[in-house]
Design a protein around this ligand. Structure first.
Ligand code: SAM
Length: 366
């Protein structure tokens, strides 16, 4: 039988492993296996991205949401959630502040808020594009009709973040109410790719009911979709949710998965997420040690940050963007990394002799 380190080396060499091997790895990995995976992940990050860390300015557009994801603090059915919407002027002020600080990607994230129709969003995106032609505009606004994704792309958006949350059907049903389907989520990600967006997907680590088998399926789905960006972070309970007494996800397992994802998708853009930093004061640094290369500091007005509460004890709600950025630069410099002023697009895709079927059925190189 192969050892875990042999499995990790095989993943490093061929970027793929059978589901049983991934499940075995995730079930039996040791601190030594984690360190080994991290060393390979760091090597790949350095090979493709050098010592650079890309930053994305997160603008939390709205805490209204029509969805009822059972784990989420801003779900429609939480009567205690505080609701707000940013005005276009407030969003533009966040961009202006961010641009001056060196951000070249703006991420508009929010609940699925019916107020933000295309009539509201298209002029806003056009205006951001007009003012900041050198910046990437990323959207993370949940599932919308195909025609809406197309209109927002046409207006100037380049990237879309939509986590698949879990690649296991039964687990998806446990986390979401009827009407939200895994197959639909995947279809939306494929739709976004077809329209020309760079896509980001991912999942929570340690969400209630998650098994090593489900995580292995998550990794294989990432491999199949081949997204430009992968965001994973530990599940953190929210006090007003049915999962309030569930334990938070494991920081170590998140770090192991980050390293495996870097090894599987060497050129992916991978953030060290806020939920990782929420559970561990050194979460960002540890994320970088697992091959992450992106951080998404908060550019939202300070007074709304505590209202965009997806989970308890969210980090970085108290400090101004400029102050947070200075601290981030210092902490990254201490581990030999440099925060850069850059759009941070993915480096060119790997070309190799391996050809796989893409999710859309057309052939592409990986
Ligand atoms: N509405 C958009 C969507 O669904 O993609 C964007 C906002 S949604 C709140 C952003 C992400 O927050 C989700 O994809 C989910 O993985 C994460 N999230 C929600 N509740 C969480 C929790 N309790 N712990 C950790 N992450 C959570």
């Amino acid at each position: 039988m192969r050892t875990n380190q042999q499995r990790i080396l095989e993943l490093f060499q061929s970027h793929i492993l059978p589901q049983e091997d991934l499940t075995a790895l995730l079930t039996t990995y040791t601190p030594e296996d984690l360190a080994y995976a991290q060393s390979l992940a760091k090597k790949l990050r350095e090979e493709h991205y050098g010592n650079t860390v890309y930053i994305r300015g997160l603008i939390e557009l709205t805490s209204y949401c029509r969805c009822d994801c059972h784990y989420c603090g801003i779900r429609a059915g939480n009567p205690t959630a505080e609701r707000y919407r940013l005005t276009p002027e407030e969003v533009l002020a966040c961009c202006s502040n961010g641009y001056a600080l060196g951000f070249r990607t703006f991420v508009l994230q929010g609940g699925e808020d019916p107020y933000f129709t295309d009539e509201v969003l298209v002029p806003l995106i056009q205006e951001i594009r007009r003012r900041y032609p050198d910046c990437a505009i990323t959207l993370s606004l949940g599932e919308r009709p195909r025609s809406s994704y197309a209109a927002l792309f046409e207006a100037g958006a380049n990237r879309y973040l939509l986590r698949h949350e879990t690649a296991d059907e039964a687990h998806y049903r446990l986390l979401h109410p009827k009407g939200q389907e895994l197959s639909q989520r995947i279809a939306h990600l494929e739709m976004l790719q077809e329209l020309g967006y760079q896509i980001g997907t991912g999942f929570m680590v340690g969400s209630p009911g998650q098994t090593p088998e489900a995580l292995a399926k998550d990794l294989l789905l990432l491999q199949k979709l081949d997204p430009e960006m992968v965001g994973i972070g530990p599940f953190v309970p929210h006090h007003a949710s049915r999962f309030k007494d569930e334990p938070a996800g494991s920081v170590e397992l998140t770090l192991f998965l980050l390293a495996l994802i870097r090894i599987m998708l060497p050129k992916a853009l991978i953030p060290a997420t806020t939920s990782l930093a929420t559970l561990d004061g050194l979460g960002r640094e540890k994320g970088m040690a697992s091959g992450a290369n992106v951080v998404m500091p908060n550019l939202s007005p300070q007074e709304v940050r505590k209202k965009y509460l997806l989970y308890d004890n969210k980090a970085f709600t108290g400090s101004e963007a400029a102050e947070s950025l200075e601290k981030l630069k210092t902490s990254m410099a201490a581990i030999g990394l440099a925060v850069v002023v850059h759009r941070g697009d993915p480096v060119d895709r790997l070309t190799s002799s391996i050809q796989v079927q893409s999710a859309k059925g057309s052939e592409k190189h990986v």
